[in-house]
Design a protein around this ligand. Structure first.
Ligand code: ZN
Length: 67
């Protein structure tokens, strides 16, 4: 049985790994994430996104979990 705390959908911040600029807010489903990891071995994060500071696509990592 799954632990129902805050629900599977989590809001996270994404920040540029290169310069640390906090660029994006995104939402992802924790359950889907686990399923994806089991089936394909891939994860959603880190993501490649455009960074306005670096002015190019960089690797973005989860900054922290937001409520
Ligand atoms: Zn950057």
């Amino acid at each position: 049985m799954a632990k129902a705390k805050k629900g599977p959908r989590q809001i996270v911040g994404l920040k540029c790994k290169a310069c640390g600029n906090f660029g994006y807010l995104t939402e992802f489903n924790k359950n889907n994430e686990q399923l994806k990891k089991q089936t394909t071995g891939e994860t959603t994060f880190p993501l490649k996104k455009y960074c306005a500071v670096c002015r190019k696509h960089t690797v973005h990592v989860q900054a922290k979990k937001l409520k």
